[in-house]
Design a protein around this ligand. Structure first.
Ligand code: SAH
Ligand code: SF4
Length: 346
């Protein structure tokens, strides 16, 4: 029998579950309370009758993310985790401290199908999507380990969130609810490589989350060199979806732009990008690309970064170069799992 994923259930579903087995409604609230406390087994749910505990034990499971490895940056206390799930799959998550709070970057899939050429996750292939509770479990495990409240979430770890749409939507609903960590949607950022139909679908939920779109190029020709998805959803169509997203939700879209030396960092690229984005309510996040073994890509020189920001600013496009945190621990995602896979191959 397939067991039910207890921690992915909403309060309504928990209520349906207890009522369907002839237990009173208030038992759902008790279960939700225990899940919020981070129990890993029904045995720990002390105020439930033995038959309900037994039912949960036999028909449900509770997701946990186990810390397999942990690295702490000497420079800025950034923490990187390699988590293992029950089936032996690994994902990565990174905790970063900012002035506005503590932020965690979590994974939404084990690997990724999108195959971006500069990305360590893309290079290691795809294994499976995570459930809502597995995305949540990464945050709970980090909070417990660090004994610190996490205030912000970025869905920017391994995987493409919009390729795991239902679970990611469920995760956003769960994590922002009082039954769970109660992290406001304005403190959640979802990053996508640009799966256009799913951007429209996401807009329908009217979440107040921040949408980040990985652009990484000013046109389709350059974009397609590193991002296969550009051949499926051209930039015109993608930018139209971003405009619609803003109209529907009132949330300004952020564009991620990994600056790769000699590929997308010329002044012409900056000019063209400014033209494409003109009139949009948006922000451009420039990220010096992290070099990943086997890609041959190098980060742009400081002078290129500054020139790019300057050109965008002149044309009225707000842009900043993102501070690199955890540079000594390979804080960008995908590299740890890749190394772990290589080790286990041996
Ligand atoms: N799949 C989603 C979210 C996960 S990747 C997406 O692509 O947006 C999170 C961010 O890291 C994306 O902007 C991605 O393009 C970027 N990224 C991946 N590899 C990188 C690298 N080597 N250097 C800099 N940014 C990288
Ligand atoms: Fe997947 Fe994002 Fe990496 Fe591209 S950058 S391969 S979409 S995780």
């Amino acid at each position: 029998m397939m067991k039910t994923d207890l921690k992915s259930m909403t309060r309504e579903e928990l209520t349906e579950f207890v009522l369907a087995h002839n237990f009173p409604k208030f038992r759902a609230a008790q279960i939700a309370d225990w899940l919020k406390k981070g129990v890993v087994s029904a045995d720990e749910m002390k105020n439930l009758p033995a038959d309900l505990r037994g039912l949960i034990q036999n028909s449900c499971y509770i997701s946990v993310a186990t810390i397999e490895k942990k690295f702490v940056s000497r420079y800025d206390k950034t923490v990187k985790y390699l988590f293992a799930f029950a089936d032996g799959e690994y994902v990565e998550a990174v905790v970063m401290r900012y002035r506005h709070g503590t932020s965690i970057c979590v994974s939404t899939q084990v690997g990724c199908k999108m195959g971006c050429a500069f990305c360590a996750t893309g290079k290691s292939g795809f294994s499976r999507s995570l459930t809502a509770s597995e995305i949540l479990a990464q945050i709970e495990a980090a909070q417990k380990d660090l004994q610190e409240r996490i205030s912000h979430i970025v869905l920017m770890g391994m995987g493409e969130p919009l390729d795991n749409f239902e679970n990611v939507v469920r995760f956003i609903q769960l994590v922002s609810s009082e039954d769970s960590l109660h992290i406001g949607t304005r403190h959640i950022t979802l990053s996508t490589c640009g799966i256009v139909p799913k951007i429209y679908e996401l807009a329908q939920y009217r979440f107040q989350i921040n949408l980040a779109v990985s652009l990484h190029a000013p046109n389709d020709e350059i974009r397609a060199r590193t991002m296969p998805v550009a051949k499926v959803y051209p930039m015109d169509i993608l930018l139209k979806a971003c405009r619609d997203y803003f109209d529907q939700t009132g949330r300004r879209v952020t564009f991620e732009y990994a600056m790769i030396s000699g590929v997308n960092d010329s002044d012409d690229c900056a000019q063209e990008l400014a033209q494409r984005l003109s009139g949009m309510n948006c922000h451009v996040n420039l990220i010096p690309v992290n070099s990943v073994e086997g890609t041959g890509y190098r980060k742009s020189k400081i002078e290129r970064q500054q020139s790019f920001v300057h050109i965008l600013a002149e044309k009225g496009i707000a842009a900043t170069v993102r501070r690199t945190l955890g540079s000594d621990i390979n804080a960008s995602c995908g590299q740890l799992r890749r190394n772990q896979m290589k080790k286990e191959d041996k």
